[in-house]
Design a protein around this ligand. Structure first.
Ligand code: IVH
Length: 688
């Protein structure tokens, strides 16, 4: 790799890993398995070591992933008395031996190891004073944590008050893991399925998500458990880690029964191997073994790196794989029309749950693995809920098995499938008449970020199946009789539904535009289009050039918008939605001043404020935000990463290109002129 390619790879890995950290710690919804994450992290670490000049300040190797601010509740934040570090980890026995060699070359002191299970939950730091639990903080970013004391107090394992009469230190911190036993996890996801709530991908995410809920009563229902594994207290300086935990057990705290003292690294390896298979019998999730030097004196001698203690390491188990057979293959049509092959399996136990289905992702993946019905396959759990097939055991293939042929027509409506060049997926192009896609359209239309209408998946399915609804506008003309025919719908549900329909008339234009489900219009693009064009009519009649002139609008989106508005059914939808009273025009921005009156300003790139704020500012001060550069554009306001094509065009047409700073100067000097002209005494204008 040349140095540009190396830098690019480092940038790419940094951004990817930071995004995955956010999915994992903040959203509690990982997109890849821990193993895949660790592989990417290791690649980044190795590149950064070889090419430190390309290491970025936002590198995930510099800090522990942060859970601060995750969940749906705002928590107070407090600094940890001692930073909460993470552990260096490995998937290889060789590296465990290397860990042992490194320690022995650093210290000549005699020591032993304490081996523990690595519990797969979310870290917690408890502070006890005079035997009373006074504070519980999440790991946060390692130095500051979210205060979840009220929620922690609902966990039965954790005593709010320590056992009377026991000899605990006046003040101590003890750290551990809040986790969700498999049984509670399955119950929770079952319940969520019934209530049409999104499922948790695994018990770890469920535990972390639960701890960040607003109401302690809800947390109590989640049946969380806790185990503690790290005491920080005065008086233990010359003692053993294992002794400190035994003492803590005596004070009534939950300490694992499965730890073991090991004299040599061979004993450690035996413990690791033993638990790699025995862990499947445990009723709670584990993802490895933690090996710690037991003697605090030796721990101090070894010390810490910026992120990890040198006296401990986590050996992580590779994701569990099981062998099973494929009984049949289904082709599922998703709500966007994408067709996903899904294998039905002979049921097997995998990481504490029964697996009956596995995704095959797409036709390419299927061909690559040459998967056939009746094949013996290995199944693995990644970050997602549905496990995946990793390989076929060809030696077990039946002689009469036939290569699987991907369908040419949509299994739901029979339309010939097309290949999406970007996603390696086949999709059904019959967006308006293919049943799962119609349902998908309604779910999207009703979703919280769109029209926020009180109706669930089951009800939409039934309304579609009975052909009561075909286009979004049909939701507004359903009769009580039709609604009451739905499973479990009573007067109250009808009332809630109708109230939410009424409220949807207040939803701003950009959300209505997003709700229409025009391919490639996401939330952000909808905002950009709404603020540039102002009305649905203007968008509908925009030419391709006009659309392409808008920042972030590319060829694909422009084509998609044009073809959507060419369909007469869509025009009808717009007409009816307008009659119903939905907002199909952007609200006028209230005028704060007219210092930018007569100016058409084209914006490009990033500013010190968001682009929306900048647009709002221009409009609030009487200016117009241009949708493309023409000879009547007053200025091109170029932020950082300004679009090259826009800059070129402005130069060609002789349009002045100004920076954000220059723009404020122009605006304020106009303001001063205006002020002088009007002599408007005392009335000071603020920019934002
Ligand atoms: S000791 C400085 N022991 O794994 C030592 N951690 O990847 C800090 N974990 O942040 C941690 N089981 O959330 C330790 N028996 C165990 C553990 C354990 C699970 C978690 C913990 C930590 C992460 C490190």
């Amino acid at each position: 790799m040349n140095s540009a390619a190396i830098k690019q790879r480092i940038d790419e890995l940094t951004l990817q890993l930071n995004a995955h950290n956010k999915h994992y710690y903040i959203e509690n919804s990982p997109q890849i398995s821990d193993y895949e994450f660790d592989l990417l992290l290791r690649e980044l670490m190795e590149l950064e070591n070889l090419y430190p000049e390309f290491k970025r300040e936002d590198s995930p190797t510099l800090r522990v992933g942060s859970d601060l601010g995750g969940g749906n509740a705002p928590f107070k934040q407090y600094a940890h008395l001692h930073p909460m570090l993470s552990l260096s980890n490995t998937y290889s026995i060789g590296e465990l031996q290397e860990f042992d060699r490194r320690i022995r070359s650093t210290t000549s002191a005699a020591f032993t190891y304490n081996c523990e299970l690595k519990f797969d939950g979310t870290g917690i730091n408890l502070l006890y004073r005079n035997g009373i639990l006074v504070r519980a903080l999440t790991r946060g970013d390692g130095s500051t944590g979210d205060d979840v004391t009220r929620n922690i107090k609902t966990i039965k394992d954790i005593p709010v008050k320590l056992t009377e009469g026991s000899n605990y230190p006046e003040e101590f911190e003890i750290r551990g893991e809040v986790y969700m036993p498999f049984k509670s996890f399955e119950q929770l996801n079952h319940q969520r399925e019934l209530e049409e709530e999104p499922l948790f991908a695994n018990p770890r995410n469920a535990a972390a998500g639960s701890l960040k809920m607003l109401s302690p009563k809800d947390v109590a229902n989640r049946q969380l458990a806790c185990v503690l594994y790290h005491l920080i207290a005065k008086g233990y300086e010359n003692s053993l880690h294992s002794t400190s935990l035994e003492d803590a057990r005596g004070w009534g705290l939950p300490i694992s029964e499965h730890s073991r003292t090991c004299n040599t690294i061979e004993d450690v390896i035996a413990y690791v191997k033993e638990w790699d298979s025995k862990r499947h019998l445990l009723p709670f999730p584990t993802d490895g073994v933690v090996v710690k030097v037991d003697q605090y004196t030796v721990q101090r001698e070894l010390g810490y790196t910026s992120k990890n203690p040198r006296w401990a390491v986590a050996y992580k188990f590779k994701p569990e794989e099981v062998l099973t057979t494929i009984t049949s293959i289904d082709y599922q049509v998703g709500r966007t029309g994408a067709v996903t092959p899904v294998a039905n399996l002979a049921p097997v136990q995998l990481s504490g749950t029964t697996v009956k289905r596995a995704t095959l992702h797409n036709a390419d993946q299927m061909n690559m693995l040459d998967i056939r019905v009746s094949d013996s396959v290995y199944v693995e759990k990644g970050g997602e809920i549905i496990p995946k097939i990793t390989r076929v055991d060809i030696s077990k293939r039946l002689p009469d098995s036939k290569p699987e042929v991907f369908p040419e027509r949509c299994p739901s409506c029979g339309t010939p499938l097309k290949k999406d060049p970007e996603q390696a997926k086949f999709f059904c192009p019959n967006a308006d008449d293919c049943p799962p896609q119609i349902e998908g359209k309604f779910l999207h239309f009703a979703s919280r970020k769109a029209m926020d209408i009180n109706i669930g998946e089951v009800a939409i399915h039934q309304l579609c199946a009975r052909e009561f609804i075909k286009q979004p506008e049909d939701l507004y003309s359903l009769s009580d009789l039709q609604l009451l025919s739905l499973d479990k719908w009573k007067g109250k549900s009808v009332e809630n539904f109708r109230n939410s329909l009424e409220k949807s008339k207040e939803v701003p234009f950009h959300r209505v535009l997003y709700a229409l489900g025009i391919k490639h219009i996401g939330e952000t693009t909808a905002k950009t289009l709404a603020s540039s064009f102002k009305t649905i009519k203007a968008i509908a009649s925009a030419t391709k050039e006009e659309l392409l002139g808008i920042e972030d609008v590319g060829e694909m989106l422009a084509d998609s918008i044009i073809s959507w508005f060419q369909d007469s059914r869509h025009i009808h939808t717009i007409q009816v939605l307008k009659e119903v009273g939905l907002k199909l025009e952007a609200e006028e921005t209230a005028l704060v001043s007219d210092i930018l009156k007569g100016m058409t300003i084209m914006i490009t790139g990033n500013y010190s404020v968001s682009r929306d704020t900048m647009k709002h500012y221009i409009e609030a001060h009487g200016g117009k935000v241009g949708s493309s550069i023409t000879s009547s554009t007053t200025y091109l306001l170029a932020g950082s990463k300004a679009g090259a094509a826009k800059l070129q065009k402005a130069e060609k047409l002789g349009i002045p290109i100004i920076s954000e700073e220059e723009f404020y100067k122009i605006a304020t000097s106009n303001q001063e002129n205006n002020d002088n002209e009007k002599e408007s005494a005392g009335e000071q204008m603020t920019l934002f």
